[in-house]
Design a protein around this ligand. Structure first.
Ligand code: PXP
Length: 254
């Protein structure tokens, strides 16, 4: 089978959360990354938070060393994280907003208000050959701002769409999908590579996978939740099948 042009990035943060709950060494997020790759993941995502609540510095170093797939390093645009990214030079750095009190990344990065702060961070990562991705709300004006900042990639925040799916609110689902589609089309027309993620499950991934401009989905929580019952390889295969089915239904090459 030809390689799918829609990549699946597997986020292993939750494996580290479980490990840290006991303070020991298991489960090992690097082992999870290895299993994810064996099951068909195209890349691995890990978020080194300021408080190190899940992924730790040595996890990132081991992911770089031991996993032969691109690492998407999620980071806040702080001096500390920039220093780590410039030292390790992962394949990609996804800039995300970060608040200490949040349970997960709650909204997209404010790249309009934060332009002056973000511009030098993006420039330095670009110069170091790290592919910069901005985790943003799916809005047309935000695509323009990402382009102006010189980032090659945007990751569209799918959280609001996924909440609407869980709520069973069909009107909101349609509206959120239309918002994602408009942003994906506009961003792609501007030359941005389009990724998407946050909150996606096998039940919600299809219509996002069907957006022809989307090249990569980054998914973590739902995969790890299913892995408890079915194992990680089966959870990844089921997600991949749902992605491919969504794309096939829309007549987009898987
Ligand atoms: N993309 C980004 C930028 C994220 O911050 C997260 C959550 O860590 C994800 C994707 C994955 O979201 P989820 O764990 O809900 O699949």
């Amino acid at each position: 089978m030809p390689a799918s042009p829609l990549r699946l990035g597997v986020n292993v943060d939750h494996v580290a959360t479980l490990r840290n709950a006991r303070g020991g060494t298991m489960p090992d997020p690097v082992r999870a990354a290895r299993a994810a790759v064996a099951a068909g993941a195209d890349g691995i995502t890990a978020h080194l938070r300021e408080d190190r609540r899940h992924i730790r510095d040595d996890d990132v170093e081991r992911l770089m060393r031991e996993i032969d797939r691109p690492l998407n390093f999620e980071m806040a645009a702080t001096d500390e994280m920039l220093g780590i990214a410039l030292r390790l030079r992962p394949h990609a750095a996804c800039l995300v907003p970060e608040k200490r009190e949040e349970r997960t990344t709650e909204g997209g990065l404010d790249i309009v208000g934060g332009r002056e702060h973000l511009a030098p961070v993006i420039r330095q990562l670009n110069e170091a050959g790290v592919r910069v991705s901005l985790f943003v709300e799916p809005e047309v004006h935000v695509m323009e701002a990402a382009r102006a900042l010189g980032a090659p990639v945007v990751e569209l925040h799918t959280g609001t769409y996924c909440e609407a799916v869980v709520a069973g609110d069909e009107g909101r689902v349609r509206a959120e999908l239309a918002r994602l589609a408009r942003a994906a089309e506009h961003g792609s027309a501007l030359g941005l590579e389009i990724h998407a993620g946050h909150g996606l499950t096998v039940d919600s991934v299809g219509p996002v996978a069907a957006l022809p401009q989307v090249r990569e989905l980054n998914i973590g929580h739902a995969l790890m939740a299913e892995a408890i019952f079915d194992g990680l390889p089966a959870a990844i295969r089921a997600m991949r099948a749902a992605m491919d089915a969504g794309r096939a239904q829309a007549g987009v090459a898987a």
